[in-house]
Ligand binder design. Structure first.
Ligand SMILES: O=P(O)(O)OC[C@H]1O[C@](O)(CO)[C@@H](O)[C@@H]1O
Length: 243
């Protein structure tokens, strides 16, 4: 892993955006893995600025999002499809048919999960996967557990995750109880991963991710086994690698 520390969130956003933009400039038909939540909002704004300045095009790029809530209409402000449209896709020249978000309203959710993995297999691998991290170490919505899933699946959200995400809703009861998420195997197939971690409250889980044991109880710790992970953070955490 490579750790880049930033003094402030604005510099981090710019650097993270620049990495994604460099990937698309080098490979216009790049496959990008996208994330939602509070973390990527600023870096998406930086990407949009660069696009509007005419310095990058996403016309040939493809995207696959990590996850989607189950049972939230896509028109709901907080569905991840809606989030991606509002924060990024509506403001750049990416083709709608080249953007993929799991369908959390599929009548056959298991078939939707298999279909998502099949599309990723056929169109992938992902060149650069953007990740945030949950306070409990989840990536995508892969929650801490005694075992983790390989492919895309329907997950029951932990209460702490619903609590953390209730800030986006009027009431905790409105936060969905389930989501569809890429599994750990799907995430780990990406050629390169950019993990963005913001805020002092995430310092402890970032430390566990970088320096703790590799355990399903901290799903992000599995990233220690991936050959190409760049971590960008404004947390005061060091990578205590020793040879
Ligand atoms: O960036 P936030 O809002 O802290 O969320 C943490 C992570 O949890 C998720 O909401 C679950 O997918 C991710 O989108 C995000 O990376």
């Amino acid at each position: 892993m490579i750790l880049h520390k930033f003094k402030n969130s604005a510099d981090l956003d710019r650097a993270a955006a620049d990495l994604i933009i460099s990937m698309v400039r080098a490979k216009p038909n790049a496959v990008l893995g996208m994330a939602t939540g509070g973390t990527p909002v600023g870096l998406y704004q930086e990407i949009v600025k660069t696009y509007k300045a005419g310095l990058v095009s996403f016309a040939s790029a493809k995207t696959f999002n990590l996850d989607e809530y189950v049972g939230l209409p896509v028109t709901h402000q907080e569905s991840y499809r809606n989030f991606m449209q509002r924060n990024l896709f509506d403001h750049i020249d990416i083709k709608r048919e080249n953007t993929h978000v799991p369908d959390g309203n599929a009548t056959d959710v298991d078939a939707e999960c298999r279909n998502y993995d099949r599309m990723m297999f056929e169109q992938g691998p992902v060149d650069l996967q953007l990740l945030g991290i949950g306070g409990n170490g989840h990536i995508g919505f892969n929650e801490p557990d005694t075992q983790l899933s390989r492919g895309t699946y329907k997950v029951t959200l932990k209460q702490e995750t619903r609590e953390a995400n209730k800030r986006f809703f009027n009431h905790i009861d409105e936060v969905p109880t389930h989501a569809v998420t890429m599994g750990m195997g799907t995430i780990m197939q990406a050629k390169a991963i950019l993990l963005v971690v913001k805020g002092a409250e995430k310092a402890a889980i970032l430390d566990a991710t970088l320096n703790g044991p590799i355990t399903t109880l901290v799903p992000a710790s599995l990233l220690q086994t991936h050959p190409r992970v760049i971590v960008m953070t404004d947390c005061d955490v060091d990578y205590k690698v020793s040879f």
